[in-house]
Design a protein around this ligand. Sequence first.
Ligand code: GDP
Ligand code: MN
Length: 440
Amino acid sequence: MKLHEYQSKQLFAKYGVSIPKGEVATRPEDARRIATDLGRRVVVKAQVLVGGRGKAGGVKVANTPEEAERVAGQILSMDIKGLAVHKVLVDEAADIRQEIYLGIVLDRAQRRAVMMASAAGGMDIEEVARTQPQKIVRVPIDPFLGLREYQTRQIAYGIGLDRNLIKDFNVIAQGLHRCFVEVDASLAEINPLIVNGEGKLQAVDGKILIDDNALFRHPELAAMRDIDEEEPSETEARQRGLSYIKLDGEIGCMVNGAGLAMATMDMTQLFGGSPANFLDIGGGAQADKVAAALRLILADPNVKAVLFNIFGGITRCDEVARGIVSALEEVKADVPMVARLVGTNEEEGRRILADAKMITAKTLAEAAQKAVAAYKGEDAVVKLPPVAIKPLAVERAVNAGGPAAKKSLAAKSAARPARKVAAKKPAAKKKAASKSKSAR
Ligand code: GDP
Ligand code: MN
């Protein structure tokens, strides 16, 4: 869960980080009142849960309360990266001498938190990381020892901080770290941490990501969730009990089971497509849940084809098929859809979908290929590259039910020379394996 700038900064302040005075407004006239109370130049800042608000025109300095009201009006009617602005933070404007980046993220590879800092603060830190990685100082934090003072000093030297500020910097870095740990954050960042006109350090922007799985320990933080500002797809997924992660590809995937979802994504990739999402609708998904999942997938403009891969155990295939059909009555979809349903009531499920003019497939490999072919506008003729032979064969055997099926499969494949060759020659197999590796 993401916290707003104002929420993050208030938390940081509790841990001894100095922040500017300010208040949140939802109406321009409130911004004027806050500016009057502050009695000095202010900065009016859009509170939306995306970065780069400054560049998008969502951060504006106002010299008078009237100007604060006017710019607040402008910002409150803006859309930043697709998110409507409902709130602005009106802060005392800072006199900025220097902008520093200071953040902590969880580094899964190192299995610990890493503190990062850069003298090239203020701007997009991902850009700095890409173009001038040497400008970022990184210090891993031992989970048992915590953040040591020598480490914060090392960071301060590393970014060339004024020696007089090192003590204050240590207080801020320690505070940020304690905050990170105590709120169960996966990221806590101050960008920029500024040196102001009086030569003091101050956090001008703040961002905290809280691990959703730890929210049950922090009801007061969970209550800070701002549904207005959340990606609507994420809100809906959470409320419906769907595990949904948006990705950058073109093939929307709806799957029941996390492992199956991963396999589906792999297969899609293997056949030259790229998944638009991870979506696990869970076990025993009812028609309305399926409909919600489909709405989520189709709401993504990148989606050029949809691939359903359902294993009907507790979830019945006909129930899922009805969910898909009812969702399609509601949501207009002009992308091709491919479904593979296997398990309980699969025939009925397939019949319902075939009646609805959907492309059906018996195996995952076939479904993935059809989905990729469909979005590329190619004929959905199943052309199997050698690499697909193994998973397809195993899957067919499993689908058809055990060893008897495996035998008949072996007999069939003997009739297909291409497969026979690939299966017999170890060299061809090796090639296929290395190909599958590079496809990932
Ligand atoms: P972001 O663009 O979403 O990261 O929003 P920030 O709060 O970081 O603001 C972007 C930039 O606006 C900062 O890097 C500063 O350069 C500038 N800015 C923010 N607050 C103030 C302020 O109080 N005074 C001045 N002069 N500039 C500010
Ligand atoms: Mn910022």
